[in-house]
Ligand binder design. Structure first.
Ligand SMILES: [Zn+2]
Length: 311
């Protein structure tokens, strides 16, 4: 299995257009030892031909153009290697990129019923995906489910890969109506994925609220973990002055602290563990910072755009 990180930052990217925090200003001025990053986007391929996207980032068009393996072949015009998109949530940062895939293309979108309703009933703009012939195919994921995906047409064959979903405790995006929020299943709002292929497991949870410890079992069982590295501390975003909310209030367990991700991550996990969805305010982006050193010493890697992994 191949996996590529096309983008590794949280919403807004790094630097963020309206942010003058220490990181963003330092990067713009060339005074910070750090790499710019686009918004989180993951792609994986079970067979090196068909590719699947996890989320659809606002930077998706540019990210696809940087990835020759995701380009259409002149031998089969109209055919793209992208078979489908797995949506972890209906957040703008996870779903806006679908609008970059609107050029009369057919593909699958896998999402919970709640996420589908948020995108398709609360927003008419996603109807643009119905222009393909056949139109984009929306498939329902259970928030606690196991879906076998077949790339072969031959009947009776085992699935090429299996996608397990678990609820990660996030909330629906701000844009949904109060009526929607009252009726929607909370577990459908944000899900994580455990992809199984040829005995290998990848656990993907870019937005982890950490209200329950259910994620820890999956993280411990996986050969590769891509997990929420959004914030170092819970009040980090508040210090920018743009919001009064803490990291936890917007659905992200911070990295530091006794109840933070570094402390809560299962000590017996054997797999490779990579922090992704890193907010521009996070001090781990500064490669000379003690926080950057601390996560490396804890055995984590920090995702960067273009990171390719073979399992
Ligand atoms: Zn910033």
């Amino acid at each position: 299995m191949k996996l590529k990180i096309l983008g590794s930052a949280a919403g807004g990217g790094f630097p963020q257009w309206n942010c003058a925090c220490r990181n963003c200003s330092g990067l713009r001025a060339g005074k910070l030892h750090a790499q710019p990053r686009t918004q989180t986007q993951i792609a994986f391929s079970p067979d090196d031909h068909a590719w699947f996207l996890i989320g659809a980032s606002p930077d998706l068009r540019a990210q696809l153009l940087c990835s020759p393996q995701l380009a259409p072949s002149p031998d089969s015009p109209g055919q793209v290697p992208i078979g489908g998109v797995f949506l972890p949530s209906a957040d703008v940062d996870a779903a806006m990129g679908l609008l970059h895939l609107r050029e009369f293309q057919t593909f699958f979108v896998f999402a919970t019923a709640g996420v589908q309703r948020a995108l398709r009933s609360e927003n008419r703009i996603f109807k643009v995906l119905e222009r393909g012939d056949p139109p984009v195919q929306w498939q329902v994921l259970s928030s606690r489910g196991r879906l076998g995906c077949h790339l072969s047409e031959s009947p009776g064959e085992l699935p090429t890969f299996v996608c397990n979903t678990i609820p990660l405790g996030g909330d629906y995006p701000d844009y949904v109506s109060d009526e929607f929020r009252r009726a929607a299943a909370p577990d459908d709002a944000t899900v994580g994925f455990l992809i199984e292929l040829e005995g290998k497991k990848i656990f993907i949870a870019p937005s982890l609220a950490g209200h329950t410890g259910e994620w820890q079992k999956l993280a411990a069982s996986a050969d590769l973990v891509l997990i929420d590295g959004t914030f170092w501390s819970s009040d980090e975003l508040r210090r920018t002055g743009r919001t009064s909310k803490t990291a936890r209030e917007i659905g992200h367990i911070p990295l530091s602290g006794a109840d933070g991700l570094l402390a809560q991550f299962p000590a017996d996990a054997q797999g490779r563990k990579i922090l992704i969805h890193i907010n521009n305010t996070n001090p781990i982006l500064d490669e000379d910072s003690p926080e950057h050193r601390a996560v490396l010493e804890a055995g984590f890697e920090i995702a960067y755009d273009g990171l390719s992994i073979s399992l």
